[in-house]
Design a protein. Sequence first.
Length: 158
Amino acid sequence: MSSFDAAFNFILNHEDRQRTGKVTHDRGGVTRWGIASLYNPGVDVQNLTLNEAREIYRRKYWGPFHLDQLCDSRIAAKCADMIVNPGPVAVKLIQRIAGVDRDGCIGPVTIGKLNLMDQDELLDQLCKAQTDYYRGHDSGNKQLLSALLVRAADKPSI
C-alpha cells in the first residue's frame, strides 16, 4: 500500500518547497500550501494551516482515486501530483497509459493495470505524459512553462 504522507511531501516540494506557508495570488486566487481559493470555495485559504492543507489534499487528490492501492509509492505520489497539476485531465492521461477506458475515474481496473506494469517504465511514462500535456498547453509564459516542465520531470524517490 502506498503512503499518503510521502505523496503529500512530494506535492509540497512543487507547491511550497520551503514549507513557508506564504500566501500568494495567482490564477487560482489566494493560494497557500498550493491550495487555491478558486478551487476550494468556503476554505479560508489565507489562514489555512499545513495540517488543514494536508487533509484537503488527502480528501480531494488521494482518497477518491484510490491511490493507496497502488503497489509502488513512487507511482502513487506521481499520480497524486499530476491530479493536483494539471488537474482532473491527468486521470485520463493515467488511464491512457494503463490502457483502460478513459472514464475519468480511477477504480479497481485502472489500479490493477497500473500495478501490473513495470513500475520504472510506468514512472517514465507518467513524467512524459505530464511533460507533453504542459508543452501542448503552453500559455506563452516561459517562466511558468519552465517550472511546470521541472515538475513534470521530477520523480519521487520514495
